[in-house]
Design a protein around this ligand. Structure first.
Ligand code: NAP
Length: 339
C-alpha cells in the first residue's frame, strides 16, 4: 500500500516521501480502513516541520495526517464482520496519509449516507474545535454573546453556522475591511475590523461597557491581549491559535502580554485550548458521541465544512502548496483511490 512518510522534520516539499509499505493487519479490536480522502490541515504541516505540540509530534518515521474518511475493508477477531464496507471517519487516529490505516474499532465512526466524502473527511478537526469551544466549554445558550477573532477562518465560519443554529450572538474580528460585509452576510451580528485603530473602543461599546463574558481567539499577539484586557468579571477567553506569528515563523508574535489587574481584580480567565488534549481528556466514548452529533448536523445541513479540492496522493506537493496559499482556497484533500 502507498503511504506518505516523513523520516526527518523539515520543509514538506523536501521531507515527505511516497513509500510502498506492506498491507497492515488489524489486531483483535481493530479495523483496517481503506482511505478515500484525508485533508492537508495547517497543523499537519506544523507536524512535518516539527513545530506542533510536543505530545503530538510522532516518533519518526511516521505518516502525517490527522483526520479522514474511508471504508472498512478488514476487521479484527473481536469486531463484527458486518462492519466491513462501512464508511467511517477516524476519531483522533494520527497518520491518515496512507492508503490503509489501522484504527481501534471504537474510533471508526460511521458516516451518514447524506454526507459527501469531501465533507466527511473534514468532520473532525475544525468542526469539533468550533463545537467544543462554543457549546461544551463556553456552554453558550440562546441570546448569549461570543467574541471571536479571525472570524473569516474556517473555524470562525463554522462558529457562525453553530451560532445561527443554536441562537447565540457573535462579535467578530476580521483583519481586512472587505471581510466585514462577508461575515455580516454569514450571520455575524457585529463585525469589527482590526485594521481600524479604534477597534478596541468599538469592542467596548459592543459589549455595552460590561466586558467580554465569553471569547475565543486564534490570533494572539496584540489582538488576544486586547480581548484579555476587556474580559468581564469571571469572563473567559480560550486561546486556541497564534496566527499573529505568521505560520509560526515569527516567535516574537507568540507573546501575548496580559494586563494583570484585568485578571486579578475580576477573576477573569485566559485559558489555552487544544482539540487533541480535549479529546484525550474526554475519552473515546464522549469524543465519539460529540463526533456523531456533528455528523448528524452535517447530514441535516446545519453544519457545512468548506469547499474542497482533491489531489491524487502522487501530487501531494501541489496539495501542500495549496494548503499554504491564502485561506479559503478550497481545502486540499489527498485522495488514495483512482476516480
Ligand atoms: N487549538 C486547536 O485545537 C485548533 C484546532 C483547529 C484550528 N486551530 C487553529 O485555529 C486557527 C484557524 O484555523 P483555520 O484552519 O480555521 O484557519 P484558516 O481557515 O486557514 O483561516 C485563517 C484566517 O485567519 C486570518 N488570519 C491569518 N493571520 C491573521 C492575523 N495575523 N490576524 C488576524 N487574522 C489572521 C485570515 O485572514 P485573511 O482572510 O485576512 O487572510 C483567515 O481568515 C489556526 O491558528 C489553527 O492552527 C486550533
Amino acid at each position: 500500500m502507498k503511504a506518505l512518510v516523513i523520516e526527518h522534520n523539515g520543509e514538506p516539499s523536501e521531507v515527505v516521501h511516497s513509500r510502498d509499505l506492506p498491507e497492515p493487519t488489524p489486531g483483535p479490536a481493530e479495523v483496517r480502513v481503506k482511505m478515500l480522502l484525508a485533508p492537508v490541515n495547517p497543523s499537519d504541516l506544523h507536524v512535518i516541520r516539527g513545530r506542533f505540540a510536543p505530545q503530538r509530534q510522532p516518533e519518526l518515521p511516521a505518516s502525517p495526517g490527522s483526520e479522514g474518511v474511508g471504508i472498512i475493508d478488514a476487521v479484527g477477531s473481536d469486531v463484527p464482520r458486518t462492519r466491513v464496507g462501512e464508511r467511517v471517519v477516524l476519531l483522533d487516529v494520527p497518520g491518515t496519509w496512507r492508503e490503509q490505516v489501522i484504527s481501534p474499532a471504537a474510533r471508526a465512526i460511521p458516516v451518514p449516507a447524506a454526507i459527501s466524502d469531501e465533507d466527511a473527511a473534514q468532520a473532525l478537526v475544525n468542526p469539533m474545535t468550533a463545537w467544543a469551544m462554543t457549546m461544551l466549554e463556553h456552554q453558550l445558550g440562546r441570546g448569549d454573546w461570543l467574541v471571536q477573532s479571525a472570524a473569516g477562518s474556517t473555524v470562525g465560519r463554522l462558529v457562525l453556522q453553530i451560532a445561527k443554529a443554536e441562537g447565540f450572538r457573535t462579535v467578530n474580528l476580521v483583519r481586512r475591511e472587505e471581510q466585514v460585509a462577508e461575515i455580516q452576510d454569514l450571520g455575524g451580528d457585529i463585525v469589527l475590523c482590526t485594521a481600524d485603530e479604534s477597534w478596541p473602543e468599538q469592542l467596548k461599546k459592543a459589549t455595552g461597557g460590561n466586558g467580554i463574558v465569553s471569547a475565543i481567539d486564534c490570533v494572539a499577539g496584540r489582538t488576544g491581549a486586547t480581548l484579555a484586557r476587556q474580559l468581564a468579571p469571571n469572563g473567559c477567553l480560550l486561546v486556541y491559535g497564534a496566527l499573529s506569528s505568521h505560520r509560526q515563523t515569527d516567535p516574537a508574535a507568540f507573546e501575548m502580554p496580559i494586563f494583570a489587574p484585568a485578571l486579578v481584580y475580576s477573576g477573569a480567565e485566559v485559558r489555552g485550548w487544544f482539540l487533541f488534549s480535549w479529546l484525550a481528556r474526554k475519552g473515546v466514548s464522549e469524543g465519539s458521541q460529540a463526533l456523531r452529533g456533528l455528523l448528524d448536523r452535517m447530514a441535516a445541513g446545519s453544519l457545512k465544512p468548506p469547499a474542497a479540492r482533491r489531489y491524487p496522493v502522487d501530487r501531494a506537493l501541489e496539495a501542500f502548496t495549496a494548503a499554504e496559499r491564502a485561506a479559503h482556497d478550497a481545502k486540499p484533500l489527498l485522495t488514495f483511490v483512482e476516480v
